[in-house]
Design a binder for this molecule. Structure first.
Ligand code: NAP
Length: 288
């Protein structure tokens, strides 16, 4: 049996229907990482062979004012999950982030799984701790770092996704100033879900990077979304310095996905993925 925590999130919603066999979508009501005792209670009554953790505290800016909230879920909750999975003989598949990088401000080439992480935010630090507790406490684990997710279901916690926000604001005729100096690879959740299913089927273990292919900036993603949808937009590229946020973001967090590609798991280029997403959203509500 495969259990999926965070099944109502944007990645979880795309992953659950793609997984084979007996799949049990879990929500916070079944297992709340903020309350580690609920982890033990879940495992006392259930025996998953594999648990995929798509849940997270991912309010990146809020985490700067309340790092404990991020650590409770992303580190200590995941630790309880890893301990419980190990005890039950279950494999833990844990989703992490490119925000474990950023400290190396000079970096300009894609980061591999062997590169030393160095977060620049409390969220990134809590997610890195989550990686380590997974690796330390659950011998059978797969940790997958990804980047800038957008999908048809939107991120509940953030109320939508970047692409939807851009299209909505442009549709209101408002000018948009979008950062053009953070280099990364935003990733379509449907593509990531397909790739996760393949990595799980290959029984991959250890640490993997999985994003769409190529590198871009949020400004370029917005420009491409406007081009593909024929949206007239007043879009200006700006440096990060002109868009201050409580949490620092990596200036460069492009992930090298060669390790997964060697197993035949490769995501399409980010432009093609964005076009596919825009096709999908025409036939589906953006949230729900
Ligand atoms: N979004 C991104 O841009 C991005 C980038 C890189 C990596 N990631 C990682 O990718 C994964 C999936 O992200 P996503 O965008 O799909 O997130 P999402 O849409 O915000 O969904 C997160 C899910 O986690 C659940 N959750 C939050 N706190 C919980 C708790 N204490 N116990 C149990 N469940 C809890 C939420 O449930 P409720 O609805 O009940 O709150 C929600 O269903 C996460 O690990 C995230 O860190 C995301």
């Amino acid at each position: 049996m495969i259990a999926v925590l965070g099944s109502q999130g944007q990645l979880g919603r795309d992953l659950v229907p793609r997984l084979p066999g007996d799949v049990r979508p879990l929500t916070r009501a079944d297992l709340d990482l903020d309350h580690p005792e609920s982890v033990a209670a879940y495992f006392a009554a259930n025996r998953p062979d594999l648990l995929v953790n798509c849940s997270a505290y991912n309010l990146v800016d809020k985490a700067e004012a309340d790092p404990d909230a991020a650590f409770r879920v992303n580190a200590w909750g995941v630790r309880a999950l890893a301990v419980a999975c190990a005890k039950a003989g279950a494999k833990l598949v844990h989703v992490s982030t490119d925000y474990v990088f950023g400290l190396d401000a000079q970096r300009t080439s894609p980061l591999t799984e062997l590169d030393a992480p160095g977060p620049v935010s409390s969220y990134g630090l809590s997610k890195l701790a989550g990686e380590y507790v997974t690796r330390t406490h659950c011998p059978r684990h797969l940790v997958v770092r990804t980047c800038g997710l957008y999908g048809a279901w939107g991120s509940g916690g953030k109320g939508g996704n970047f692409v939807e926000t851009m299209l909505r604001v442009a549709g209101q005729g408002k000018p948009l100033r979008v950062v053009a100096d953070q280099h990364c690879t935003p990733t379509y959740t449907a593509d990531l879900a397909d790739a996760l299913v393949k990595l799980i089927a290959a029984d991959a273990e250890g640490l993997y990077h999985l994003t769409n292919a190529g590198a871009t900036t949020w400004h370029n993603v917005a420009a491409e979304a406007f081009r593909l949808t024929g949206t007239a937009a007043n879009l200006t590229p700006i440096p990060t310095a002109e868009y201050p946020t409580p949490a620092r973001r990596p200036a460069y967090s492009v992930l090298d996905c060669g390790k997964a590609a060697a197993l035949g798991v490769k995501l399409r280029p980010w432009r093609e993925a964005l076009a596919a997403y825009l096709d999908e959203r025409r036939n589906k509500p953006a949230t729900g």
